[in-house]
Design a protein around this ligand. Structure first.
Ligand code: PLP
Length: 452
């Protein structure tokens, strides 16, 4: 441990607790009123609109390639499900004392990739596809400027002539699992060659599924950063290869951010009001930061100060919290404070956060919770038993939000004048993955019992 880190631990009891592997709850001192940030950041509502329009243009193509998206007109979107029985369970079994409605955002069951990565990952592949299609004259600039539902020109992208051109290009990505699945499946559907660089944490079934789709999987004995580093180097050496950069990609981030406006429509459908009197609390599991960061950023653009976004991370891999609470952003990793970075929550097994995301979300994020692996399986089983929904362990981390909110966040609620409004609140647990988990692995997850 360096002197620098020793001084940090000395100075910050929170980081001392994190280094000891304890669960912590953190209120972000850097959060600003939304109005102060509007127009002052690198990305804004226009960029999110642009991403949403692009997804609309691709909808006819997606419908062709993935008929399961037909009911939503070729858009990849998930349900928002009220989970009243799980709320009662959290209150009775875990002392959550939650007032108001509890909902689950089922990105775990998004079409094509079965995880939140179906947002960012697929968006990035489509953006790259559009760029190449324009460069090769497969699409005209007029066709790429028309985002009306009547524009069916993008169906051309599924024709053999287009596929032949795409087959000359490669897409590569480093992944703990789910990003590789979304990039891999969509790239293969477009016709690209795909190479996914997977860290040691990646589950075997994810590698098997990708290989069955014709994706080349390279395995690393080391962690996620190493897989990314090698993937990037190999891709950079090949002019026809495109590298999806999970840590810095604006495209990924914007693909995630599109979720917010669609969520607003779903809340309205269920007659859930979000405004100054009716706060919305959202908890999202965090790995490198792109998915929860993009969603958080999008939600703030839509709901402003009425939405309160928290992240959840494993006690052994709380990279975003470490970056934000230390002020060091991506210049520090969890191993620096003696943590292992190892967790059963494979989607969250990231040791160093995205510096880009950390800086964009710092004024927006309300706080963070960290959680021990052992709890994830309890919630996984409770949710399955009460609501008949299966989530992978990573996704269950988000239940730490509603469980801890009323216990640990009183100073936040008071500071924001929310105490009297909690009976009007709605709570969303953002379920980030689980839809593609094979039956045998599900059974094993449901059977895991941790002691202690
Ligand atoms: C990737 C992932 C996350 C977190 O996303 P990041 O962009 O890495 O922060 C959360 N849950 C699941 C299931 C994931 O696959």
């Amino acid at each position: 441990m360096t002197d620098d880190i020793r001084a940090l631990l000395e100075e910050k009891p929170l980081i001392r607790d994190m280094a000891a592997g304890r669960e912590v709850s953190w209120i972000n001192p850097g959060k600003r009123p939304f109005a102060e940030t509007a127009g002052k950041q690198e990305l804004g509502p226009k960029d999110i609109e642009d991403a949403a329009a692009r997804l609309q243009r691709f909808a006819p193509f997606i419908r062709l390639r993935f008929p399961e998206t037909k009911a939503r007109g070729g858009l990849i979107e998930s349900d928002l499900k009220e989970i009243g029985k799980m709320r009662d369970c959290l209150n009775e079994k875990y002392g959550s004392a939650l007032d108001g409605r509890l909902l689950l955002k089922l990105d775990s069951h998004l079409a094509v990739a079965g995880s939140v990565k179906a947002r960012g990952g697929i968006y990035e592949v489509l953006k790259h596809t559009e760029d190449l299609a324009l460069a090769h004259g497969i699409l005209t600039p007029q066709e790429a400027a028309d985002s009306s539902p009547e524009n069916t020109a993008y169906r051309k992208l599924a024709e053999p002539a287009a596929r032949e051109i795409f087959s000359r290009y490669t897409v590569q990505v480093g992944s703990t699992g789910n990003l590789g699945m979304s990039i891999g499946i969509m790239s293969a559907a477009v016709g690209f060659r795909v190479i996914v660089h997977m860290s040691a944490d990646a589950k075997q079934w994810k590698k098997d599924l990708l290989r069955s789709r014709g994706v080349q999987v390279i395995e690393y004995a080391s962690d996620y950063s190493e897989a990314v580093k090698n993937g990037r180097a190999l891709s950079d050496a090949d002019p026809t290869s495109y590298f999806v950069d999970d840590e810095n990609s604006r495209n990924l981030f914007l693909g995630y951010a599109v979720a917010a406006k669609r969520l607003a429509g779903q809340l309205a459908e269920q007659e859930i009001t979000v405004d100054g009197e009716h706060p919305l609390f959202v908890c999202i599991p965090c790995g490198v930061g792109g998915a929860p960061g993009g969603i958080c950023f999008g939600l703030k653009q839509v709901f402003g100060d009425a939405v309160h976004v928290f992240f959840a991370e494993p006690v052994q891999a709380p990279c975003m919290l470490l970056g934000l609470a230390s002020g060091k952003n991506s210049d520090i990793c969890v191993q620096d404070i003696g943590l292992s970075g190892l967790t059963d929550a494979d989607g969250l097994a990231v040791g160093r956060p995205s510096g880009f995301v950390g800086q964009v979300i710092e004024p927006h994020l309300s706080g963070e919770f960290t959680v021990k692996d052992a709890r994830l399986y309890g919630w996984l089983r409770d949710l399955y038993a009460r609501e008949n929904v299966f989530l992978e362990p990573s996704a269950c981390a988000a239940f730490q939000g509603p469980v801890r909110l009323m216990r640990d966040m009183q100073p936040y609620l008071e500071a924001n004048g929310l105490t009297e409004k909690m009976k009007n609140a709605a709570h969303i647990v953002w379920a980030t993955g689980g839809g593609l988990v094979p039956e045998a692995v599900r059974k094993r997850c449901l059977d895991v019992f941790f002691k202690g």
